[in-house]
Design a protein. Structure first.
Length: 623
């Protein structure tokens, strides 16, 4: 048989095991409401038995049990489920961020009709229509000026609202980057503590809970994946980059980009490479700022610039009641002062670029006339140059539509005099300026002798902005300089018109260069711009622009709401499943405590019996 004191050891081990189980259950109960806590369980096993070779018998076992032993205290955690939750958390946070900001954008476009840009523009066109009926009345001219002021104010207000959202998003990006860096540091510090704890043979369950919680919070901010292949080097990846490797945490820094509204540019601190994030709230914020809000700003600027340019084009060639002509109705601010559009882009002191917004051909064209020419037009696009082929049987309208239906950042239309106009649109790439024609080339004769824009065909006759005096490639075509960035912020009525409303031009000059009292042809021409195909970006008319802008914001807001509702449902199911595995059930823990308490009492009773047996052996034998 085993030694006389073997029973005491068995009882002691049982007491210790049941005591630890009671403590663990109490620890679970006390952390039932702790965020990220995972319930723990004590794993016990039979203690190594005594091996007695001299007692081996066929009719009796030769190994004598020695009670129980605590093997470990483990978390009840499903790592596969955790991976799914982190992945879905990233998607949920992405759509949650987009939904919040699109709600703000919708509020900008849902202005009351009487103060909206659309409402004020309708009144502006109506005032010109009225002026065409009463071209001799100053009151009609004053109405034009007043409604133009209201329109420019509403455009500037929308610009301010969009800029405010862009600035708010930028501030959120800066704050989110700080959170990402803080979480990465904390995860790295916990990795170091966990490795040291495991090296000493401990189970750092609470530390691992904190680390998993931080990883999940980090997953809300950026798209992360976790690698546990090396138990001594816990790694966190984001979009192909390592952000945490063991005890090392990489940091992200923000650099102010003065050329792009002073927005923050994200860089990895160690390599200075650009940092890109495809998901999470940070990915959504960068996408909202650099794509969504920027697209809305560009759309508003495109509408504003084309609107002012078209009105000015007619008004400049018309004449006021005071016989003043050559006057722009709206103030335009060219980006460069050089009359040829020359600009020093690299800052070395010499002109190296040409900033031109518009070309107007010298020849009048007929929209439905077959051109009888073949060739390829090459225009600058958002991702390299775009080619547009034309054939002899194509009409002018078909060639124009073909240009406008491509990804070229140059749009075409016929003006009031049926002359071909090429205008620059906004640029998709931040490095390219908005409203600057970068490249125009024609292998044939459509843009040269036919439309009268380029002086020569092929590469040698091409217009390219990356040189000074690029306008030398034009065949006498009129051109307009590119505007100062963000024209919707500064559009206003010319001060000379404010000073004298008789300068509002309703007529075209007669043979004597004077205004006939009843002539309202210029006012009619301006009013007709409303429904003309003027290619305001991708919209063909101004009415199309307003319809498209409201529809676009509404549909994207609806998409964000639907996707967020779907992700919320998915996350609800996943978290419920995790809670069923890892969450603390107080009733279950109380039941376990009662069970462990009975076990503890039984072990104590067992030790009491063993003590009595020993007392009998020690004190009573031999008497």
């Amino acid at each position: 048989m085993s030694g006389s004191f073997g029973g005491i050891e068995i009882g002691k081990r049982s007491l210790m095991a049941h005591s630890l189980q009671i403590q663990t259950a109490g620890h679970n109960i006390s952390n039932a409401d702790t965020e990220g806590y995972t319930r723990q369980r004590v794993n016990v096993r039979a203690f190594e038995p005594l091996y007695r070779p001299d007692l081996e018998r066929a009719e009796r076992a030769g190994q004598i049990g020695q009670g129980t032993d605590v093997e470990s205290v483990k978390r009840l955690r499903d790592e596969l489920l955790d991976t799914r939750i982190v992945a879905q958390t990233n998607v949920q946070s992405y759509w949650e961020t987009r939904e919040k900001y699109y709600t703000m954008l919708e509020q900008i476009y849902n202005e009351p009709e009487e103060i909206s840009v659309r409402g004020n523009m309708d009144k502006f066109w109506e005032s010109w229509q009225e002026l065409s009926i009463y071209p001799d009345q100053d009151a009609a001219r004053q109405a034009v000026v007043s409604r133009a002021d209201s329109l420019t104010n509403s455009i500037q207000q929308r610009n301010k609202s969009l800029m405010a959202i862009g600035n708010q998003i930028n501030e959120d990006i800066n704050a989110t980057v700080k959170q990402v860096n803080d979480y990465a540091k904390q995860i790295a510090e916990l990795n170091n503590e966990i490795v040291r704890s495991k090296a000493m043979g401990d189970d750092p369950n609470d530390l691992m809970d904190r680390r998993d919680l931080l990883v999940e919070k980090l997953g809300k901010l950026i798209n992360v994946t976790v690698s546990r292949k090396d138990p001594d080097e816990f790694m966190v990846h984001t979009d192909g980059q390592i952000i945490v490797q063991g005890s090392i945490a990489r940091q992200i820094e923000t650099q102010t980009d003065i050329e792009h509204f002073g927005y923050s540019k994200l860089k990895w601190s160690d390599t200075q490479y650009d940092a890109f994030f495809s998901g999470g709230s940070l990915g959504a914020l960068v996408e909202l700022r650099d794509k969504d809000v920027r697209s809305e700003m560009q759309s508003l600027n495109t509408m504003t610039l084309n609107f002012a340019d078209l009105v000015n084009d007619v008004h400049r060639n018309a004449i006021g009641k005071n016989n003043v002509t050559g006057l722009d109705f709206f103030v335009q601010h060219p980006f460069v002062e050089n009359v040829n559009g020359n600009f020093d882009r690299d800052g070395d002191g010499g002109f190296d670029s040409s900033y031109i917004f518009r070309f107007t051909g010298t020849n009048s064209l007929r929209l439905h006339e077959q051109i009888g020419l073949e060739g390829e037009i090459t225009l600058s696009g958002h991702d390299g140059n775009v080619t547009v082929a034309y054939n002899a049987t194509d009409t002018v309208e078909e060639v124009i539509n073909r240009i406008n239906n491509t990804d070229a950042e140059v749009k075409a239309y016929l003006d009031q005099n049926d002359k071909l106009v090429l205008k620059a649109s906004t640029a998709a790439d931040w490095d390219n300026p908005d409203f600057v024609i970068r490249h125009v080339e024609d292998s044939g004769m459509f843009l040269t002798g036919y439309a009268g824009i380029l002086s020569g065909s092929g590469a040698e006759g091409a217009y390219d902005w990356e040189q000074a005096d690029a306008i030398n490639a034009l065949a006498g075509a009129q051109f307009g300089l590119a505007p100062v960035l963000n024209p919707s912020a500064y559009i206003q009525v010319n001060d000379q018109i404010h000073t004298d409303v008789q300068s509002v031009a309703a007529a075209f000059p007669n043979l004597q260069g004077m205004a006939d009292p009843g002539d309202g042809r210029a006012a009619v021409s301006i009013a007709s711009i409303r429904n003309s195909n003027v290619m305001v970006g991708k919209s063909r008319t101004f009415d199309d622009y307003f319809a498209d802008s409201v529809t676009n914001v509404g549909l994207k807001g609806e998409q964000a709401q639907n996707m967020l509702a779907s992700q919320n449902a998915i996350m609800s199911d996943l978290t419920a499943l995790r809670d069923s595995i890892s969450g603390v059930n107080v009733d279950e823990e109380l039941a376990d405590i009662i069970k462990f308490q009975h076990g503890y009492n039984a072990a104590a009773r067992f030790i009491t019996v063993q003590d009595q047996l020993l007392e009998t052996i020690i004190n009573r034998m031999g008497i």
